[in-house]
Design a binder for this molecule. Sequence first.
Ligand code: BDR
Ligand code: CA
Length: 309
Amino acid sequence: MKKAILDVDTGVDDALAIIYAYESGQLDLLGITTVNGNVPLEDVVRNTKKVAQLIGDDRLKVYRGAERPLLKEIHSEYKVHGSDGIGGALGDMTVTKEEEEEFASDFIIEQARKNPGELTLIMVGPLTNLALALRKEPKIAGWIDQVVVMGGLISKAGHGNTLPTSEFNIYADAEAAKAVFHAGFNLKLVSLDVTLETFMNRDTIERLKGTKYHDFVLKSTEIYRDYSSKRFGMDGCALHDPLTVGAVLDPTFLKTEKHFVDVETKSDLSYGQTICDFRNLWDREPNVEISLGVEGKRFVDHFIGTLKV
Ligand code: BDR
Ligand code: CA
């Protein structure tokens, strides 16, 4: 089994990603690290613990991470994820799970050191925890097998979800993203270009009827589906974070290419934009494997099939 750490800002689709990663049975999940993002850290930690309780395996470990971006002000996404971050689902659940004592970035460094060449980081929130880890121990770039990031948009610039050019996770801490992109990781980017091709509507959720996660998926995604439909005219909600887990479980879901990508941090107009030099005008070594296409239906079938327990 592949050793992995899942870094989340839970978050409706983060919750789905955690469940998908766990239920796949393909990952040795060493821990779940949390970061400020969709909602403030306190809510992220609570939601993550609740999702772990829903799964019901005490071996799942939750680590507290950065409570604010490196430089930027906190920007929460209540309109997408609801006031608690998971659309009001699990509102009646009491949190009993304890979190681990170690800080998320320290846990990442420790596991990278212990498992050289074996660890995959699946990052589905702002990249603050990883940037802090890099600050403390730059050598992790050579120790980690692969970093798979949900973030950015490349060829669909203008179709961002936070600014026209910018996707939420990168926008929420562009300085952290820039540090991560330039650190020398084996880095794959699962951007809006492909995640917007994978969505789940009411009919998709019906396929989970009678199974353990049906009620949670239906309730947690209600506000998110409604927002996606009213704001972007979508029939359902995009599975951004689950697809990022999917890219690890089965890399053939995505068509990818390696290019040089940088992150804009100075402009008000396009803060957090991921800019890809397709024509090599900057003459720089490729640093990111970008996603250009996805087998969306095959992925959604795999996601639903995996949650049917
Ligand atoms: C990303 O931002 C968050 O709102 C989602 O959880 C996902 O990680 C999509 O842009
Ligand atoms: Ca997320």
